[in-house]
Ligand binder design. Structure first.
Ligand SMILES: C[C@H](C(=O)O)C(=O)SCCNC(=O)CCNC(=O)[C@H](O)C(C)(C)COP(=O)(O)OP(=O)(O)OC[C@H]1O[C@@H](n2cnc3c(N)ncnc32)[C@H](O)[C@@H]1OP(=O)(O)O
Length: 555
């Protein structure tokens, strides 16, 4: 790009920046020097077409012309344990301490679409997240938290749609107009088959449900993001940064193709596709990954899928620092790791961020550890001044080269995925890759390679294979009492007796009828939830129709 074009771009950016709202702050260095909201080249720079200005295509440098001067990222701490009442207290603590949004962690029975009193739930209720059996639990979870004013993310994919219905019903009961809701549902079933393994059915019925949800949200809840396409679990399973990026964006393209196949307008539904990435410990590689992600997504949405508006080309993402980088040995070092990873996410322009707690490698976070994790974000946000300049590493020879390199690696993986399919679409390649175990074996190979390096000492982890001498100071960790399970089951039994059983049966029967046909399932599922049908009952009714999915054995 020549100097004249670069200057024209700068003027365009400046005009938009001047008009935009900014936070009330000083925007100076610690010693008082003024800093510009963004920096760029003065002479021609052949790289600049790929780099550009913040707020415009290809969005390498961020989605908004103001960067974090307009609005800092959302502090969104993933939390949930025990029953809805206990988790509600933790949410109030998070919001009281300055958290900007909520993020629900569900327990394993909920993630698998089972009630707390299902025999398969024994010993798991309330352990890795909160137990939710019916809409009444959702009421308790958000008691005193106005759902019309807060954005809530819910991390669940197999039974995402019934949980979404419970959230909608809880909002109705709070008197919030449903169209005003804003938040995110994970719903990413591709990554379940690829990495996390928490599905209910085979891919086809899941994709039908997701299509129904996308349609429902595009029509009724415009600000809601029905999908959070997730690379986090793929990375945590052992993938490299480029694999994480490529597999996740490929999945995202699959959901775009799903929306298009349902006759939806890409400019209307694509803003509802959100992303979720890992921030690992290799600082610059992670920053490059985030910048490449925005650029690739914008290009594919515009050039391959025909999106015309900025919002449809935007890749918005949440980041969580890397759980796998935490160590049980010398756990206080985890605060340092998390701070470095969080800073990478911020310099990469994350929209929302979770910082792990230092004890997360051992148990769910204690209240104190959760507070330190949240304060880590606040130190970055309030003290470091990194929020003053958009994409401060843009133009760095190293970061730009790494961004290009990761993008090229991702493009090579997209080509492989597409080639695996039968009709050139990303979706058919993904489904084939899942069926053949291709994604899993690619991840396993990368994980094996890393582990071998670790064991040979080529990769070093402080406290694990170097600098191991330490003062031994055991941590107090959070333990979930089995009383939670007993109490949850007692309440559930009471609720089953108190509700109108016939109304529940009628609502479930109607839902099953819709499931056997082709109509949108959401309205009938909402009715079942309003009648207090439980999560397990709804999922079991659908299992009757669609069966369950068992992964093919692989050797
Ligand atoms: C590992 C674990 C497990 O499985 O166990 C998990 O999965 S945990 C997984 C946990 N997952 C999550 O927590 C997912 C969280 N995801 C999200 O919150 C969302 O999907 C998100 C990534 C899009 C972030 O949404 P958000 O509301 O927090 O933030 P946004 O960036 O959208 O900002 C909110 C509004 O402010 C606007 N805004 C933001 N920045 C600016 C700026 N500089 N100038 C002007 N406007 C701005 C946005 O456009 C938007 O408005 P408008 O909307 O009007 O444009």
């Amino acid at each position: 790009m020549d100097a004249e074009e670069i200057e024209a771009g700068r003027a365009r950016w400046q005009a938009r920046f001047d008009k935009a709202a900014k936070r009330d702050s000083e925007f100076r260095t610690l010693s008082g020097l003024d800093v510009a909201p963004v920096y760029g080249p003065k002479e021609d720079d052949p790289r600049f077409e790929r780099i550009g200005w913040p707020g415009e295509y290809p969005f390498t440098r961020g989605l908004h012309p103001t960067g974090y001067r307009g609005k800092a990222w959302t502090i969104r701490q993933f939390a949930g344990f025990g029953n809805a009442k206990q988790t509600n207290e933790r949410y109030k603590m998070i919001l009281g301490a300055g958290g900007g949004g909520l993020s629900v962690a569900f327990d394993m029975p909920t993630l698998m679409g089972r009630d707390s009193d299902d025999p398969r739930s024994l010993g798991e209720v309330g352990h890795c997240g909160v137990a939710i059996d019916s809409a009444l639990d959702m009421d308790l979870l958000f008691d005193g938290i106005p759902l019309g004013d807060i954005t809530t993310s819910m991390t669940i994919s197999g039974p995402a749609v019934p949980i979404f219905c419970m959230y909608v019903v809880a909002a109705e009961r709070q008197g919030v107009p449903v169209g005003r809701l804003n938040g995110t549902l994970q719903t990413d079933i591709f990554k379940e088959y690829i990495a996390q393994k928490e599905w209910l059915f085979a891919p086809e019925p899941h994709l039908r449900l997701i299509g129904d949800l996308m349609e429902f949200c595009a029509t009724n809840i415009p600000a809601y993001k029905p999908l959070s396409v997730s690379g986090y679990h793929i990375r945590e399973a052992g993938a490299t940064a480029a694999q994480e990026l490529a597999f996740t964006l490929a999945d995202g393209f699959g959901y775009v193709e799903l929306g298009l196949s349902r006759g939806l307008d890409v400019d209307v539904f694509a803003p509802g596709l959100s992303f979720f990435f890992d921030a690992h410990i290799d600082f610059f590689e992670e920053i490059a990954k985030f910048r490449a992600a925005r650029r690739i997504w914008a290009r594919w949405l515009r050039d391959v899928y025909g999106a015309k508006t900025d919002k449809a080309q935007w890749l918005r993402f949440h980041t969580q620092t890397a759980g796998v980088s935490l160590t049980a040995q010398q756990p206080y070092n985890n605060v340092v790791r998390t701070a470095i990873e969080a800073l990478a996410a911020v310099l990469g322009g994350t929209n929302s961020l979770h910082t792990n707690a230092l004890d997360e490698v051992l148990a769910l976070p204690s209240q104190k550890a959760a507070e330190i994790a949240l304060r880590t974000q606040q130190v970055i946000m309030e003290e470091t001044e990194v929020v003053n300049v958009a994409d401060p590493l843009g133009g760095s020879w190293y970061v730009e080269a790494l961004t290009d390199r990761i993008e090229a690696e991702a493009e090579a993986i997209f080509a492989k995925v597409r080639d695996m399919g039968s009709d050139g679409s990303m979706t058919s390649g993904i489904l084939r890759g899942i069926e053949d175990g291709w994604f899993m074996s690619e991840i396993a190979e990368a994980a094996f390679d890393y582990q071998r390096k670790l064991e040979k000492g080529e990769k070093r982890i402080v406290g694990v294979n170097c600098h191991t001498a330490s003062i031994d100071e055991p941590l107090e960790i959070l333990r979930i009492s089995h009383e939670v399970e007993r109490e949850q089951n007692r309440v559930l039994a009471e609720r089953r007796t108190a509700r109108d059983g016939q109304a529940v049966e009628r609502a479930l029967a109607t839902m099953v009828e819709v499931a056997r046909g082709e109509g949108n399932l959401i309205p009938s599922m909402l009715d079942a939830v309003r009648a207090e049908a439980t999560l397990g009952e709804i999922c079991d009714a659908l299992r009757e129709v669609w069966g369950v999915y068992t992964e093919p054995a692989r050797f």
